[in-house]
Design a protein around this ligand. Structure first.
Ligand code: RIB
Length: 307
């Protein structure tokens, strides 16, 4: 049973700042770091640290960032033979500002991620087996994301899509390819076209997204927890209370945790709690991949909150 990630690898260029600037403003920050990230690679690392066998398909540039991004996956035991090194383009980068409350602004320059092509889908397709899981995001081209979802569906693979960065050009056919769609609050609002501010509005949004064809929905509401909506269950899961240092990659941590738990066959409630605990631990550490917790840490947090 393998978790496949078809998606992005970015080097995160992170500026710590007392507060986020407003448009037109220059402010002095406090620290600069380069940290391996990218929604695809983060979800791969999250799943690997939780104990899954993980393969990554994607592209990096022929530059120092590309080498570092591949190495950051390899040290986690992730299979990277299908991460292509692309000549003539930079690796993906993300310019990130993080304030002292852990809030962030992120601008992604796709670089080599934008060169992901049908040949990558074919490589992925050849590796899939019926009990596997595929995790997708929107930092590589949409036609390839949809082709990857379609081949996975044909092969009986569970498809989990993190619709980030959110897009307003999704064809109706997209939703029918998705087993689990996991927008955050902002993404859910943009997908459904009405405000999503709490569990009640998240439940309404989840119903709309299921009516479009996605089989199950998790709406991630940050400190408010998540709303889970599937064919035979609909329920909220509260967030764990943790000190917030940096929310970058919290959604990726959640998706890695959800994929691992679902692939292990636990109940929906247990899977959602496992994913919520994974995300909680990630926000209490700085950086994308450095913040992703181990299985032991997630199980300890869950155990501390039982009974
Ligand atoms: O989800 C967090 C990620 O978004 C960062 O690591 C950054 O690379 C962007 O892709």
């Amino acid at each position: 049973m393998t978790l496949h990630i078809f998606g992005s690898l970015n080097m995160d260029l992170v500026c710590q700042t007392p507060r986020l600037p407003v448009p037109g403003e220059t402010i002095l920050g406090t620290e600069f770091t380069t940290v391996p990230g990218g929604k695809g690679a983060n979800q791969a690392v999250a799943a690997a640290r939780l104990g899954a066998a993980v393969r990554m398909v994607g592209r990096v540039g022929n530059d120092a960032f590309g080498q570092a991004l591949i190495q950051s996956l390899q040290v986690e035991g992730i299979e990277t033979g299908d991460v292509q090194i692309e000549a003539g383009v930079s690796s993906g980068v993300a310019a990130i500002a993080v304030d002292t409350s852990g809030r962030n602004h992120i601008i992604v320059i796709p670089g080599a991620n934008g060169r992901v092509a049908r040949s990558d889908v074919e490589r992925l397709s050849a590796r899939l087996a019926p009990d596997d899981t595929l995790l997708l995001q929107f930092e590589v081209p949409l036609p390839e994301v949809m082709a990857a979802a379609a081949t996975a569906q044909q092969q009986g693979v569970t498809v989990i899509v993190d619709p980030a960065p959110v897009r307003n050009d999704l064809p109706e056919a997209f939703y029918g390819l998705v087993d689990w769609l996991t927008p955050n609050q902002v993404e859910a609002e943009q997908l459904v076209g009405f405000p999503v501010a709490d569990q009640k509005s998240a439940a309404a949004a989840a119903k709309v997204l299921r009516q479009r064809g996605a089989r199950a929905i998790v709406i991630k509401l940050g400190a408010e927890g998540v709303w889970v909506e599937a064919a035979d269950a609909a329920f909220p899961v509260p967030a764990f209370e943790v000190p917030v240092v940096d929310t970058v990659a919290a959604g990726d941590a959640f998706n890695g945790g959800l994929a691992v738990a679902l692939s292990e066959g636990v109940s929906l409630l247990e899977a959602a709690r496992f994913a919520t605990a994974t995300a909680a631990l990630s926000v209490s550490q700085a950086g994308a991949q450095p913040s992703l917790p181990t299985r032991q840490a997630v199980e300890a947090l869950l155990a501390a909150h039982i009974g």
